[in-house]
Design a protein around this ligand. Structure first.
Ligand code: UGA
Length: 428
């Protein structure tokens, strides 16, 4: 099929590259000429494992192209995907201005009927808004909602092997056509109305965040009684009705999705007269997790952090990404900085971003430099390279052998056996 993709962020680009790899002709469009020039040469402007290669391969095979002009991208397009950002505005609601603008430009530019497919995460009911805007086009264009469930860092794996695909719309023919894009995948396709499709997306993110806050709350109780949250999590997750995923206690969730989408869902529910108190508690536990870990650090390092050098390992909001949006690691760093700690940090991918956002962190080229003279080593993001640290080697450069493992990566007994004082979340 001939497909246009409006937006080349991580959702738009991953989806476009995957669709092209399945044999479709995909034309991506973005107003930023520099970005488009980069993409034409196969350079992806952010870190996502495997994406560069997929983009290059499909560009070379003439299935994937990049444009600055909507007219060119929309030419002959049967499907027009909207994959633009819907950031949180100051009040916590989803800001739909980019989506409105994209839909308006598409409506004004279309020269033939097409199916409009919304991939941008937005409150239930947004497809009606898109439909109203698209109605200004001279051509009949049904709107279909096809939410994304990609995780940064494993976006390609997620799109190639999805747990499910959701397609929502009122025009059955259009729904079937969009669903047909995914029929070759070994997955269940849920066909529904647009509002249900939109709500599935919001509910999925809210539920996953709820699991994380739940286990973090349990972790705090574990600390009170000397229980081990990792064992509790294992025992919980083996119940098939609960499942093991997203039960890792730690520093809490961050990123560009969970905080924004929880807030968007809360506001949307409030607009319907429902106070979604469960989600408020999820947010509260998540915010509180930073202070909880901060208290743990003080208990280990001493209450007065002024002038104390702390090594921060991992600053992105999670491993395998260079994204620092709402990063719990940076929120903790900010708190430590405000207490006068001297921070030396290292992240395998997010250094440029951190330099701009948190200039108070002295960035180091590697783990060893960050840990040199440190009065405590803080593991904040569980990058694979931090999971296999040689603690005996690190012991030679640190000032004090204190290891704060905020992601519960290490076995406490093993670290302690090497002479370190060790603190993790919800474990004795
Ligand atoms: C999330 C969802 O997982 C995707 O399905 C969804 O498509 C995406 O949002 C989106 O809406 O675009 P993402 O934010 O990329 O994906 O990352 P996750 O892997 O979900 O992690 C989110 C946060 O939760 C991270 O800070 C991570 O460290 C934290 N987390 C995750 C935990 O603290 N514990 C866990 O057990 C799992």
């Amino acid at each position: 099929m001939k497909i246009a993709m409006v937006g080349v962020g991580y959702v738009g680009l991953t989806t476009a590259a995957a669709l092209a790899s399945w044999g479709h002709q995909v034309a991506c469009v973005n107003h930023d000429a520099k970005k488009i020039a980069q993409l034409r040469t196969g350079q992806v402007p952010f870190f996502e494992p495997g994406l560069s290669q997929l983009v290059s391969e499909n560009t070379k095979a003439n299935r994937l192209s990049f444009h600055t002009r909507l007219t060119t991208a929309l030419q002959d397009a049967e499907l027009v995907f909207l994959a633009v950002q819907t950031p949180m505005d100051e009040s916590g609601q989803a800001n739909l201005s980019f989506l409105r603008q994209a839909a308006g430009e598409v409506a004004a530019t279309l020269t033939r009927p097409a199916i409009i497919v919304n991939k941008s995460t937005a409150p239930p009911g947004t497809s009606r808004l898109i439909q109203e805007i698209i109605a200004q086009s001279l051509h009949p264009c049904p709107v279909v909602v096809n939410p994304e469930f990609l995780r940064e860092g494993s976006a390609i794996e997620d799109i190639m092997h999805p747990d499910r695909v959701v397609v929502g719309g009122r025009d059955q023919e259009a729904v079937n056509k969009v669903a047909s894009l995914y029929e070759h995948l070994d997955t269940t396709i849920v066909k529904t109305d647009p509002e249900s499709a939109e709500l599935i997306k919001y509910a999925a993110n809210a539920f996953l965040a709820t699991k994380i806050s739940f286990i973090n709350a349990i972790a705090r109780l574990c600390d009170q009684i000397g229980a081990d949250v990792e064992d509790v999590s294992l025992g919980l997750g083996l119940d098939q009705r609960i499942g093991p995923a997203f039960l890792r206690a730690g520093l809490g969730y961050g990123g560009s999705c969970f905080p924004k989408d929880l807030s968007g869902l809360l506001h949307w529910a409030k607009g319907l007269g429902y106070s979604f108190d469960l989600l408020k508690a999820v947010q509260e536990i998540n915010t509180g997790q930073i202070t909880y870990v901060f208290t743990g650090i003080r208990a280990m390092v001493g209450a007065n952090l002024k002038g104390k050098r702390l090594a921060l390992l991992g600053l992105a909001f999670k491993p395998n990404t260079d994204d620092i949006r709402e990063s719990p690691a940076l929120r903790l760093a900010q708190l430590l900085h405000s207490e006068g700690a001297e921070l030396a940090g290292y992240d395998p991918q997010a250094m440029v971003q951190v330099a701009a956002a948190a200039p108070y962190i002295k960035l180091c080229p590697d783990v060893e430099t960050a840990c040199t003279d440190a009065e405590a080593v803080l593991l904040l993001t569980a990058w694979p390279e931090f999971v296999r640290l040689d603690l005996n080697e690190l012991a030679k450069v640190v000032k004090a052998k204190i290891f704060i493992d905020t992601r519960n990566v290490y076995d406490p007994a093993v670290v302690r056996a090497q002479g370190w004082r060790y603190w993790s979340v919800g474990r004795p």
